[in-house]
Design a protein around this ligand. Sequence first.
Ligand SMILES: [Zn+2]
Ligand SMILES: [Zn+2]
Ligand SMILES: [Zn+2]
Ligand SMILES: [Zn+2]
Ligand SMILES: [Zn+2]
Length: 429
Amino acid sequence: MASKEELRKRKTYLQIAGFECSNCHKTTREDGTRSLLRCTRCRMSYYCSKSCQKADFSFHKQFCTAIEELSNEDEVWYSCNGKESEWNKRKIYHMQLLAAALDRDLTSYESNAWLNQPKCHVCFRTSRDLESRSALIPCPNCHVVFCCSNEHWEQHQSKHKSLCQTYQIMVQCEKIRYQGTSETLWAPEEWDESYIYPPLPKDWNSYLKWRKAPQFNQLDAICRVITNTLSVPLTILSALERFYSRNQLRSFDDLVVHLIGAGKYEVLALMSFEEIMHILPNIKTLQLILIGIELPSKTIGVSLQCCPRCTKANRKRIYSLHSTSYDEYSVSDDFITPQIVVGFNIDLNEETWNSSIEFLIEKELPCIFTSYSKEEANQNVKMLKDLGAKIIVGAKENKWGSTMPLVEPQETDKFYYNNYYRTLLKGKA
Ligand SMILES: [Zn+2]
Ligand SMILES: [Zn+2]
Ligand SMILES: [Zn+2]
Ligand SMILES: [Zn+2]
Ligand SMILES: [Zn+2]
């Protein structure tokens, strides 16, 4: 789980955009004037005061020095000729140079800051590329989109108008997530017992009402952040509904879930799985088995703390981490047959998933895969069909997808949402 310090170091879009102090999130200088002090070495970090700059320096120093070195070499700042594709290429090239200068991989903060650095949305120049090295002009509403001149703003205005609100929502959600104003891993303990699952309610709003959280509105930023986490258990529950009868569902006492291709997203969502126990009240033990090469080292059978009500009823939520491929896991002694196999935001074409998928089809295990985009979902379906899978639901919009917009760093003005599309399969066609 991310520590407070880790979260602080992540830096938000508003900080990267120079709208908030990189250290304390203040939006104006100490003396009340609007524009923050810019680090004179890297020109990429902003502070409300000298003392904030000082406080951030031990953290900022290495990256700052590497950027300064890069800035001194004019040929690496070749013109992108106003082309987005060139700008994307140059960014990656710069990141390679920065990694070489640092003699290590960039941290997630560093690559995030670099990928999302301010640039003109029309000509793709950064303030470093401008003649006078003058600052870019931010949008007065979202503060995270820039143009180099009023002229370019006039050109970009109509396109940005339709996207500005999504940028604003993204920024609000980020504040909630990174400034620790609320514990966003929300697993409510109260529920309306007159409503018996299955099925799940028809949408997020009716779900929140059922869970006695009517103070939240589907469109509020806080609610969007909640859906990003709760999307995990609800997407699983909605898939279970398709594979098992009502009686089967209510008779599970030991539910085993495989999370394949798992990483940070699944680990951060571990607490929210208690929602499955609240909705399926007969489960005694919920076993979450995470399998993925990005996971930390192997951990077996760790008990997570449950809410007082579940604890009193002696119910258990256990997780195991297997930092390996599903292929290796499936032939290991650790293998436990699951009731459902889940792959969140998975690109089955990306890795060598073929033999794992063949195994899942052969064993007739119920599977659900989610995707960020329709295109990725369609590609997954094609790949699954080619391997002979019986598709139950193919690349359909997931009503339990996250409603929290995330910025696609490699494509300007593109947003994505976790678990937006889903595909269900079981056995051979
Ligand atoms: Zn500050
Ligand atoms: Zn600096
Ligand atoms: Zn421009
Ligand atoms: Zn805007
Ligand atoms: Zn509970």
